[in-house]
Write a protein that binds this ligand. Sequence first.
Ligand code: G6P
Length: 465
Amino acid sequence: MKRLIVVSNRVSPPSEEESGNQGGLTLALSAVLRESNGIWFGWSGGETETYTGNINFQKSAGVTTATVDLEPQDIHEYYDGFANRTLWPLFHYRVSLAEFERGFVDGYERVNTRFAETLLPLITEDDLVWVHDYHLIPLGQRLRERGVDNRIGFFLHIPWPPMRLMVSLPNHQELVESLFAYDVVGFHTEDWLDSFLDYVRAQMDAEIRDDGTVVWRGRTLRAVVCPIGIDARAYAETAQGETARTMCRQMQASADGRGMIVGVDRLDYSKGLQERFLGYERLLATRTELQEQVFLLQIAPPSRESVQTYQEIRASLDALSGRINGEFASVEWVPVRYVNKGYPRDVLAGIYRAAKVGLVTPLRDGMNLVAKEFVAAQDPEDPGVLVLSHFAGAAAQMPEAVLINPYSPEEIADALAHALTMPLAERQARWRALMDGLLEEDVTWWLGQFMAALDPGTTETVELA
Ligand code: G6P
């Protein structure tokens, strides 16, 4: 097997402990990195006064990580700035939240160049290089400029915006052109791929061939749709493990016979949390018989806290949850349990299993793995119902969920009422269909699809331990 070098802004090395706390993506990438004796390169999350390019190598659970610290100005302009104040809102269709500053572009270019220079000596002849996400779009080009002619792939974990939004980015042309340094570019859904193809067709006059290759000025890339999955079998087992079972029992006891609706999201404006709260408020106001009978548990760990839009969403959710509780609560019942901290995945599995409804209502989301994990954690005999936004990438693979328009409080309220009263046979049938899909297109399948495109000669498959 060829050696794989994975590059991402955030590096989350696997830990030696049980897999229950670790993300599915980390586990999947770790499996292939371990087998290929590969390296995972990226930002340590730490700061240094002046960038040195010194690499901190670590080996954990058989996986080698190579991380670098960044300067405060890099973090401000590259991570907080261009990645999270420009690209993140724009790629989630929120142009009015996007900030366009040349300093951010400079910082983004600088960090991508620094990454390329630092990574260069680690790349050997036959290595495959796989770059992840919007922080590192120009990295492939920076590597090519330094003579790297290995196969390099890129995977975008967030949506690709429609062409008419993309062109509002002052440096859109340069950014998209830089993608042509890659051999393979992967998206989660046909929608994101179509938006990309619209752009290259109309703005760059690129040739799109029937076999999925795109040709522009002598460079050819293969654009693929490759929706990320979870390790559904393993997560279903996690949901029956000791930690999850204990948590499930605790939640059932604390629910005291009331139906639990659960949401778990990073505190991010793309997740539609305000709209979700408003939909739930509508449910309580219009179906008064459900008052005292249900509650919403919203787990929302803070995220990207130095960015102002994230501070604003936090303040507005504090106000909204307070308002709903003030309006509807009784001395014995709190309608919204709003929790600003994160929980390990095995604990979450128990919470999901205790819930009647999983409420996943992003306004726009590349994929959304909470939707998938909620389903995988359910008891097949008595499964909860997934209420899912049409605008999550996951909706394309999960038509048996109750699909809603997250902008409509009425639709959310109707869907919640429908889910809370759904007959057992229908819940089971929907769950079975969803779970079959998750088992079929799981994380190993995703990895296999992308790796087959990146290294077309390979016949090897990766098995997760
Ligand atoms: C999204 C992005 C990831 C990112 C994650 C957490 O899922 O696609 O690249 O790592 O959010 O965000 P953070 O800024 O904390 O890394």
